[in-house]
Design a protein around this ligand. Structure first.
Ligand SMILES: Cc1cc2nc3c(=O)[nH]c(=O)nc-3n(C[C@H](O)[C@H](O)[C@H](O)COP(=O)(O)OP(=O)(O)OC[C@H]3O[C@@H](n4cnc5c(N)ncnc54)[C@H](O)[C@@H]3O)c2cc1C
Length: 342
């Protein structure tokens, strides 16, 4: 059956398309044949221009103040209208929290079906996704149409062709909603430690809170070193379960960590290209969450830690306090040199 593919994306707060949207665009293109782009946002022309040469046969959009912010009613109405205007049989969209909230409802309205957290699409189309906390991989085909497919980040290189001047076909949507967006509240950038787009995952283990060579824990130093490294490297912060569980046991804890940071069997499975584990033993229930991290390194005092048993590419048998102190000093030197050059 000849499919009509719609690449569906919403703009980011600055009006551009984020990396995950451009990755989804590359996935939509890889299905072959012609496809249509559908954009949602406050003002979509800059985003449309950025993908003017992507090969889409049409660029449709629902735009206006009402569509600038994430809101179920307006996002669902806009997505439904774009899918109908494109007469899409396949809708490929990025797995953003904004789309994750509304596209299941859209699939229902279209009398179609949806798959989320998709990690690959082959022509057919045939999708790949994981089940049971990344233990089982399934290949799926469906006959029901339209089929909405939310693709994960990091599964394809972002489309990066030249910008141009796009002709955008506006699709009118009546934004009937009782929900008013009166503002946004999000952690300040400096406090945000989970950064899915970061090149590096930095994992802190419970060793950071343990007694050190002098017989005492050094929580303040641990917090300073970890936050200093995150600030200097813009890495994302992951944690072992033991470290985030400490707060429940009334022990001294690192206040910026929560269960949201936990990586592993009962935590998250992030997709950063590189990972560095510090003061973390590297037990299987933790390391299983590193399944998609391609380059792994660890710093541990124990030469027999789990990382040393084939789970990391490089293990530095060293005191992580000393290592990170030196690494942070090097990062500070580098950024001072950059500032001096600018
Ligand atoms: C059903 C189940 C599900 C689980 N799910 C998860 C999960 O999702 N995620 C998860 O993380 N765990 C999970 N666990 C727990 C997991 O098995 C481990 O207990 C946990 O990962 C251990 O955390 P840790 O390595 O930080 O702490 P520890 O085992 O206490 O290791 C601390 C490490 O720090 C090192 N260290 C101490 N000081 C220094 C220093 N100065 N420099 C360098 N190294 C130092 C020590 O050598 C040690 O190796 C699960 C367990 C079960 C049973």
């Amino acid at each position: 059956m000849a499919e009509t593919i719609l690449f569906l994306a919403h703009t980011d707060a600055d009006g551009t398309l984020g990396r995950i949207a451009l990755e989804a665009l590359a996935v939509a293109k890889s299905l072959g044949g012609t496809f249509i782009a559908g954009l949602i946002g406050g003002a979509v022309q800059p985003a449309a221009d950025s993908i003017a040469n992507c090969g889409a046969s049409r660029i449709l959009a629902v735009a206006g103040e009402a569509f600038a912010n994430s809101r179920y009613a307006t996002d669902a109405a806009a997505s439904e209208a774009l899918a109908k205007a494109a007469q899409a049989t396949i809708v490929v969209a990025p797995q953003t929290s904004r789309f994750a909230r509304c596209l299941a409802g859209v699939a229902k309205r279209l009398d179609g079906c949806i798959d989320t957290h998709v990690t690959a699409i082959a022509p057919g189309p045939q999708i790949t996704r994981w089940y049971y906390r990344q233990r089982m991989e399934a290949l799926l085909e469906r006959t029901q149409r339209p089929w909405v497919i939310l693709v994960e980040s990091g599964i394809a290189p972002a489309w990066g062709g030249p910008a141009g001047t796009a002709t955008v076909e506006m699709v009118a949507v009546k934004a009937a909603t009782r929900t008013r967006v009166i503002g946004r509240q999000s952690p300040q950038t400096g406090q945000q430690t989970i950064r899915p787009d970061a090149k590096l995952l930095f994992v802190a283990g419970a060793g950071w809170t343990r007694k050190q060579a002098d017989g005492k824990p050094h929580i303040d130093d641990a917090a300073r070193l970890i936050l200093g490294f995150l600030h200097g490297s813009e890495a994302s912060l992951g944690s072992s379960k033991s470290l985030v569980d400490l707060s429940g046991e009334g022990q001294a804890v690192l206040p910026f960590l929560s269960h949201m940071n936990q990586v592993g069997q009962t935590g998250s499975t992030p997709r950063h290209p590189k990972g560095l584990a510090t003061c973390c033993h590297g037990e299987e229930p933790h390391v299983v969450g590193w399944r998609f991290i391609r380059e792994r390194r660890a710093v541990n005092l124990d030469p027999n830690c789990g990382w040393a048993r084939g789970k990391a590419d490089v293990v530095y048998v060293a005191d992580a306090f000393a290592v990170m102190e030196r690494v942070n000093a090097m990062l500070a030197e580098r950024s001072a040199a950059r500032r001096a050059q600018a």
